[in-house]
Design a protein around this ligand. Structure first.
Ligand SMILES: NC(=O)C1=CN([C@@H]2O[C@H](COP(=O)(O)OP(=O)(O)OC[C@H]3O[C@@H](n4cnc5c(N)ncnc54)[C@H](OP(=O)(O)O)[C@@H]3O)[C@@H](O)[C@H]2O)C=CC1
Ligand SMILES: Nc1nc(=O)c2c([nH]1)NC[C@@H]1CN(c3ccc(C(=O)N[C@@H](CCC(=O)O)C(=O)O)cc3)C=[N+]21
Ligand SMILES: [Mg+2]
Length: 291
């Protein structure tokens, strides 16, 4: 079994971006600028946004953060988005999900200028992705594609089973793995909570990508020998022995599944760091599109 090391790869990618940004600075060219809007005070969301800001500092991007109370109205949130749409100094921004229940997520995503939608969640960008046109790819599936590419994992003609069909992970993942390209050219099965006999699919998969958010869901007897396992799940599980009061748990029963896998991502240290690196790549693209 070999580890797909997201920390190592993400460091390489961030280093590449940092050097590019240094070149911009040397030439007196404006550096990329990423914004993040965080509504409310969800602990995990807070951590991700903080990390995004740190990543920007590391590569030399400018960053902005807007924190809004979870009582904010949908109208006021959209008014803030409009301001950022019209701010020429900002290349791209994200609105951290999930949003409070009283806010319509679809309306908020639709309000983002597609040219600044570095999450790739806007219907225009999602549609372009599905049509294999150049656009911002959602950072998590994009990070997984980059990981498969840089580790030379063969995906052509393989059976890829994705568990989960969300807008941010499962659905775009299934589209990208089926695209005519490398990585890609997989035969994809997209499974979800209504799938019957899910293990019948996972047992014969060459590649399994889990994105459901159920700790330890994928067991060793559900996968075949030599499978490639990509674990997107991250759930905070209470743990008093941990200084943070919790530990991060993936969707894969790692200790047992690793005995059968050819390649496997750890949690933490797998997909998460790649997601962050790809958001930076999208911001660079947004900036270059303007030049
Ligand atoms: N590492 C990273 O960068 C990222 C990690 N994550 C993590 O990935 C996980 C998934 O996130 P996200 O996609 O946003 O989650 P969602 O809750 O939006 O979607 C979960 C999906 O899994 C399906 N599902 C739930 N339970 C089962 C089950 N028992 N069997 C089969 N399918 C099931 C749901 O089916 P249905 O559609 O029928 O409800 C749904 O399609 C979470 O742990 C999240 O924290 C998320 C984003 C980035
Ligand atoms: N608009 C929007 N865009 C997103 O891309 C988005 C979002 N909303 N909402 C939530 C999910 C989740 N997500 C993660 C990003 C990085 C890590 C990450 O860096 N994980 C580290 C661990 C981090 C830690 O220690 O907590 C790892 O897996 O090693 C995890 C999860 C992005 N998401
Ligand atoms: Mg991870």
């Amino acid at each position: 079994m070999q580890i797909l090391d997201g920390i190592k790869l993400a460091k390489e990618i961030k280093q590449e971006i940092k050097e590019l940004v240094q070149n911009y600075k040397d030439q007196g060219v404006r550096v990329p600028h990423l914004g993040a809007i965080l509504v409310g005070s969800n602990g995990a969301s807070q951590t991700y946004v903080d990390n995004k800001i740190k990543d920007c500092h590391f590569v030399g991007f400018e960053s902005s953060e807007l924190r809004l109370p979870d009582t904010i109205s949908q109208e006021d949130l959209i008014a803030e988005i409009e301001k950022w749409n019209n701010d020429d100094t900002l290349d791209g921004f994200i609105v951290q999900l999930p949003l409070p229940k009283h806010i319509d997520q679809e309306a908020v995503i639709n309000a983002i200028d597609p040219k600044k939608d570095v999450d790739g969640f806007h219907p225009m960008n999602f549609g372009k992705m599905a049509l294999e046109m150049e656009t911002f790819l959602p950072a998590t599936p994009y990070g997984i594609m980059e990981m498969l590419e840089r580790y030379n994992i063969d995906t052509a003609g393989k059976h890829t089973v994705v568990i989960g069909r969300s807008r941010i992970v499962g659905r775009p993942m299934s589209i990208l793995m089926s695209k005519n390209g490398n990585p890609g050219n997989s035969t994809v099965t997209l499974t979800h909570s209504k799938t019957k006999n899910l293990e019948q699919f996972t047992k014969e998969a060459d590649i399994v990508i889990t994105a459901l958010g159920v700790p330890g869901f994928l067991k060793a007897d559900m996968v075949k020998d030599g499978a490639v396992i990509v674990d997107v799940g991250i759930t905070r599980v209470d743990d008093e022995t941990n200084p943070r009061g919790f530990r991060l748990a993936g969707d894969v029963d790692f200790d047992n599944v690793k005995e059968k896998a050819s390649w496997i991502t750890p949690v933490p240290g797998g997909v998460g760091p790649m997601t962050r690196a790809m958001l930076l790549k999208n911001t660079l693209l947004a900036c270059n599109n303007k030049k």
